[in-house]
Design a protein around this ligand. Structure first.
Ligand code: PMP
Length: 433
């Protein structure tokens, strides 16, 4: 496989872009080798700088739902650009996008558009703190809510609970009110809330976690979050930056029938352009400036090009689209399981509709601890074998795979072959580790 051009670009990038990338996971650190520079995408396919073709299962980390360069998205964003790409004044397009989100998502009475998922979650907790007059934030191990300071407390250890930062540059004061509990652990959560619930401004959760691989929230766990937040008058935030408009038109909340007070969005609602949103109950949302005292602003917020692209996506979300992606997900799941079984490799596949991931373990994976107990060191070899067989998988064992509406039967066939070869490549490997 020729990757000469990618390697040269990476060498150049290392000189001027830190680590050669603009977001860390793109650097391929956990799979080894050098990153592939992507030149072009169309439908389910992408091409790297050396013209190698791949079926894409990373899909801009879930942001691409209809497929790359979808004609409706291209047309809408191009037409928007012809009229000017930013005004810093309200536009009809952003209004239409806010209406589309509100119509689709049961709990989204009002919407504020921002520029990234990070901004959305950062604003959501500020809003929750402003609304409740409390400081405490509860989050869960293995969940990711972007890179604002108060979320960067180390997940997974007792130290996290003490608010010791896991990123350099985050003062302890920024995370001292953040408590990290175990995902899907009802007992731990309830006993915490029974003791400290009245100090908690917000509980934030990925209802379907997608940042430690896919780990769906148990219904009982999410119900417990809803119940305890209501009892303690604190704000329940569903971070649906990945799951929003991905697992259903009504997000994960629609799938579970459990509704948060606030929801954060990103990815899909921008059709591949930078975007984020906070949405929720009007009585809470109205605490944002200019109606309320919680400040939030953005030069490019509600950008008309991103809004037009997002609107083009949301306008095409017929139910059939989710059914088709779910079918494809089901097929992928069965291919993985049978290829693994064929080669004597233990796997657990977690999947919600079009998002899925494979863990190298025979045990169920329901928490970050379970994720850490799987054999992550097998992933690098698996990843490179997939790449060599035309599958662009996420370059990290902690990320999820995605289907788009544009994947087709040929892609599935290609995936099946690539999986068979890649699991066979692992056959002797798993005894080594
Ligand atoms: N929340 C979740 C659940 C996410 O998956 C992400 C990004 N992967 C974010 C927040 C942060 O979004 P962004 O990268 O757009 O800042």
């Amino acid at each position: 496989m020729n990757t000469k051009e990618s390697q040269e670009l990476y060498k150049r990038a290392l000189k001027v872009m830190v680590g050669g990338v603009n977001s860390p996971v793109r650097a391929f650190k956990s799979v080894g080798g050098t990153p592939l520079f992507i030149k072009r995408g169309m439908g389910s396919k992408i091409w790297d700088a050396d013209d190698n073709e791949y079926t894409d299962y990373t899909c801009s980390w879930g942001a691409i739902l209809l497929g790359h360069a979808h004609p409706d998205v291209v047309k809408a964003s191009y037409e928007a650009m012809l009229n000017g790409s930013s005004f810093g004044a309200p536009t009809k397009t952003e209004l239409q996008l806010a209406e589309a989100i509100s119509e689709s998502v049961t709990s989204a009475e009002m919407v504020r558009l921002v520029n990234s998922g990070t901004e959305a979650t950062m604003t959501a907790i500020r809003l929750a703190r402003g609304f409740t007059g409390r400081k405490g934030i509860v989050k869960f191990e293995g969940n990711y809510h972007g890179h604002s300071d108060s979320f960067l407390s180390k997940a997974g250890s007792g130290l996290a609970t003490l608010g010791i930062p896991s990123s350099a540059g985050v003062p302890e004061g920024c995370v001292s009110d953040t408590v990290t509990l175990k995902y899907n652990d009802v007992d731990e959560f309830e006993s915490f809330m029974d003791q400290r619930g009245k100090q908690v401004a917000a509980v934030i959760v990925e209802p379907v976690a997608g940042n430690m691989g896919v780990v769906p929230g148990d219904k009982g766990f999410l119900l417990s979050l809803r119940k305890k937040c209501s009892e303690n008058s604190c704000i329940l935030i569903f971070d649906e930056v990945i799951s929003g408009f991905r697992v259903s038109k009504n997000g994960a909340q629609g799938l579970y029938g459990i509704y948060p007070d606030l929801t954060t969005f990103g990815k899909v609602i921008g059709g591949g352009f930078p975007i984020g949103a906070i949405a929720g109950k009007a009585e809470i949302m109205k605490h944002l400036a200019p109606e309320g005292p919680v400040y939030q602003a953005g030069t490019l917020a509600g950008n008309p090009v991103a809004a037009a692209a997002g609107l083009a996506v949301l306008s095409r979300l017929e139910d059939g689209l989710y059914d088709k992606m779910d079918e494809y997900g089901k097929s992928a799941e069965s291919y993985i399981k049978s290829a693994a079984r064929e080669n004597g490799i233990s796997v657990t596949v977690n999947r919600v509709g079009s998002m899925f991931s494979t863990f190298f373990t025979a045990q169920p994976v329901k928490s970050f601890g379970d994720v850490l107990n799987s054999k992550k060191d097998l992933y690098g070899k698996f990843f490179w074998s997939l790449i060599q067989n035309g599958i662009y998988a996420p370059p990290s064992p902690y990320e999820s795979y995605f289907f788009t509406a544009s994947h087709d039967e040929t892609d599935l066939e290609r995936l099946k072959c690539a999986l068979e070869i890649s699991f066979e490549a692992l056959k002797n490997e798993q005894h080594i580790h």
